[in-house]
Design a protein around this ligand. Structure first.
Ligand SMILES: NC(=O)C1=CN([C@@H]2O[C@H](COP(=O)(O)OP(=O)(O)OC[C@H]3O[C@@H](n4cnc5c(N)ncnc54)[C@H](O)[C@@H]3O)[C@@H](O)[C@H]2O)C=CC1
Ligand SMILES: O=C(CO)COP(=O)(O)O
Length: 333
């Protein structure tokens, strides 16, 4: 029997949580959106808007918001985690979810201190591993909010679970593929943020399409190397969560990671550039974690480690560029 997902709880009313709630409503689901700020929940229920995070978008009536943690998940057939990565453990610890419901992570980061992927963090918070799925891909929230067509990939160790989530979010403007490569899908979603910061820095330095394309291409190569070393299928990096998300994030001015990099490239200090951002810049926190994880398993990630050094104030973006160009010559593969 195919389990039916009707009522979905989306935890986190940032740009992506709000856009994902809209997408689920368009796909025929009833959605409860949890916002930690009661004023955000009120504005969604009364004005049908989350103006700060998803400006100019009217939310369907099938999206109801609450700031009550128990009410948010009551009667949910599936729970979606749309929180900044570094807050997932603190939020999920002690949050009593309905037993046995699928939990889908949308977060694109590695946890500081543990180096864990979000699916592993959720497992440590008590979610049964066979109920965990991750969804990732080229999904800029503003475009999804405007109902522009988009695709993603849903990965779960259990293929049937990935299919359930795929069906639950399939609507007129959103189409998801399935995978069982949870590691690859999560790693692709994390590393693309670091590469987008590097691309942003190149743009901020005034460089053109050649440099952007080179960084994106080499970034994909090193992301694939890391994923493979962590047990992922390298082909996953040619898919939505790899190439797909890398292209969207590196090429769109809507990306917060890319915009952050542009500011760094223009000489703005890290803290000031973060303060100018429109929401969470996952790569600013995850890039050092990626570098540490890669170093620990002997994977060379020159783009990531260069971004890491710029974030730590050890290099300016211009010096980072000089260092990249002076690297030892080697075969492409
Ligand atoms: N915005 C986008 O286009 C996409 C975002 N993502 C990922 O989704 C995750 C969430 O990102 P966004 O929705 O963009 O975030 P956002 O930056 O738009 O908003 C962050 C939200 O998290 C809340 N928040 C911050 N600290 C919190 C805490 N300690 N506890 C509970 N809530 C807290 C804020 O109140 C805010 O509602 C990130 O991992 C991001 O990489 C993935 C795909 C697309
Ligand atoms: O993950 C995203 C698009 O798929 C959003 O990217 P930013 O977090 O850089 O805005």
């Amino acid at each position: 029997m195919v389990p039916v997902i009707d009522h979905v709880a989306v935890l986190g009313a940032g740009g992506w949580g709000t856009a994902f709630a809209l997408l689920l409503a368009d796909a025929g689901r009833n959605v409860t959106l949890w916002a930690r700020d009661p004023r955000v929940a009120d504005a969604i229920n009364t004005e049908r808007r989350n103006e700060r995070r998803l400006p100019g978008i009217e939310l369907p009536v099938q999206v109801r918001a609450t700031s009550d943690r128990s009410a948010a998940v009551a009667d949910a057939d599936a729970v979606v985690i749309a929180l900044p990565s570094q807050t997932v453990r603190a939020n999920m610890t002690g949050w009593a979810l309905p037993r046995g419901v699928p939990v889908v992570s949308l977060a694109k980061g590695l946890e500081e201190g543990t180096g864990l992927r979000m699916s592993r963090v959720l497992a440590e918070c008590g979610v049964a591993p066979d109920q965990i799925a991750v969804l990732s891909g080229p999904n800029l929230a503003d475009e999804i909010g405007r109902r522009e067509p988009a695709s993603a990939v849903v990965a779960a160790a259990e293929h049937d679970l990935a299919v359930d989530i795929q069906r639950a979010c399939h609507g007129p403007n959103f189409r998801a593929y399935t995978s069982t490569d949870v590691t690859g899908v999560e790693v692709g979603g994390v590393t693309k943020n670091s590469i987008a910061i590097a691309v942003g820095m190149a743009i901020g330095l005034g460089l053109g399409a050649n440099a952007v394309a080179a960084l994106t291409t080499r970034g994909l190569a090193e992301s694939t190397r890391l994923g493979e070393a962590m047990g992922a299928d390298p082909l996953t990096f040619q898919g939505m969560a790899g190439m797909g998300d890398l292209v969207a994030t590196c090429f769109s001015p809507l990306s917060r990671n890319r915009s952050f990099g542009v500011e760094l490239g223009r000489g703005v200090a890290v803290e000031a550039a973060l303060a100018h951002g429109r929401g969470v810049v996952e790569g600013a926190r995850s890039t050092p974690v990626v570098a540490q994880v890669a170093g620990g398993i002997g994977v060379d990630m020159p783009v990531v480690s260069t971004v890491c050094d710029v974030l730590a104030g050890l290099l300016t973006p211009a010096e980072a560029l000089d260092r990249a160009m002076a690297r030892e010559l080697k075969p492409e593969r």
